[in-house]
Every structure is written in C-alpha cells, then in structure tokens.
Design a protein around this ligand. Structure first.
Ligand SMILES: C[S@@+](CC[C@H](N)C(=O)[O-])C[C@H]1O[C@@H](n2cnc3c(N)ncnc32)[C@H](O)[C@@H]1O
Length: 199
C-alpha cells in the first residue's frame, strides 16, 4: 500500500512535533518503483493514485471521504485498485479529534490513516491467507489492521524516526490481547498464524 502526499513540511512539524526535513514527498516515485511493485505483488491498492496517475485495469478506484472540514484540505483520498474496474466509496471521518488524538499519542505521523480504513480494505478486498505488503508504512496503521484481522504482513519504512515510532506502536498494540486470542486461549486453540514483519 503506497501513499502519496503529506511529507514533513513546516506545518506538519509544528503540529506533530520535532520532525526533520525529508525529501520523500518532493517527487513521484520513479517508474521503476511501480514496475517493481507490479513484479512482486498479485494485486495493488495505491493511495494517491490521482497524484501519481497510476490507475490500472481501466481505472478501478476507491474514494475515501474523510471529511477534513477545512477548505484548504482535501476531503477525499483516492486509491487505485488493480483488481476491479468499478469505483467504490467509503466514508470514514478522520478530521474530527485528529489533534486531540495527536496530543494523546495515538497519532504519530502527519499522514497517518485510520486503522479502521485498513480494516475496511482488508475486509472488502483481501482473501484469507493473503500476504499484505505495505512499502510505505508510516504509522503502521496498516500493520495493526493486519494483525487484528489475522493477515500476515510485511512493511517497510525508510525514515528512522518513523520506523522506531511505528514499530513501538505496533509492538504496544500487539501486546494487547484480542478477544479471539482470549477465547482461543481458553479453548486450547492457541494458534496465531499471522506474522507481521517490519523493515
Ligand atoms: C504518506 S506516508 C504513509 C502513511 C501511512 N499510510 C499511515 O497510515 O501512517 C509515507 C511514508 O513512506 C515513507 N517512505 C518514503 N519513501 C520510502 C521508501 N523508499 N521506502 C520506505 N518508506 C518510504 C515515509 O518516511 C513516510 O513515513
């Protein structure tokens, strides 16, 4: 899952804390990135598709209405879908309470997407046993959703600061026992088949 937009701008730093300047948001990934992604994956969901102009398979897409509630901010994000031609729509509010969640430490990345959005993607588009790849992990929301829904996943994050923060977020989350873990534990079926790896 690739995401466009949302680098560590001055505004992000002021809002999100002491972030360093980085250049990963300055340009669209090279064609080789998309070629390699196609080579290593069976299907793809690519956020920022309108920005990257990377639609596949006749323009299948998902529009996420996040309702940012500010005239200068995008109210929607668009992901290209490699596996269908139709356009889907999901409405999940994200703006409301964003800065409160940031202060409370739940939001650790300026481009963090809600775990609920990744759960929606997995529930609607993934099949049991699918291995999920997120090449741009950011806050690890995708990996948390994979863990909660029992999908194995591999994630990559290039920024050391985000890598450490998201790895810790994932670790803290995985340390909490899920309801099904508890019932499996009680019934003696204590298998946790999914594996989450982060690089
Ligand atoms: C838009 S953010 C992803 C946000 C994520 N979807 C979330 O919900 O938190 C993009 C992330 O990709 C990372 N990144 C940029 N280039 C990368 C690369 N070549 N390999 C791995 N990660 C990269 C950035 O450091 C940044 O944290």
């Amino acid at each position: 899952m690739k995401n466009g937009g949302g680098g560590k701008t001055k505004r992000n730093r002021e809002q999100c804390g002491d972030y360093l300047d980085v250049t990963w948001n300055d340009h669209i990934p090279a064609r080789e990135y998309f070629e390699q992604l196609i080579r290593v994956s069976r299907e793809r969901i690519i956020w920022g598709a309108n920005y990257f102009n990377c639609f596949e398979n006749g323009g299948g897409a998902l529009v996420w209405y996040k309702n940012m509630g500010h005239p200068n901010l995008s109210n929607c994000e668009i992901a290209s879908l490699s596996f269908q031609k139709k356009v889907d729509f999901v409405h999940l509010n994200w703006a409301s309470g964003f800065y409160r969640r940031m202060k409370e430490g739940e939001v650790i990345h300026p481009c963090q997407k809600p775990v609920a959005l990744y759960k929606w993607l997995l529930t609607n588009y993934a099949k049991p046993g699918d291995l999920i790849l997120d090449t741009h992990v950011g806050s690890a929301s995708s990996l948390i959703a994979c863990h909660d829904l029992g999908f194995s996943a591999v994630g990559f994050e290039i920024d050391e600061e985000y890598y450490k923060a998201s790895k810790q977020r994932l670790k803290d989350h995985m340390a909490q026992m899920r309801i099904e873990d508890m019932s499996n534990h009680i019934s003696g079926e204590d298998d946790k088949p999914e594996q989450i790896t982060m690089w």
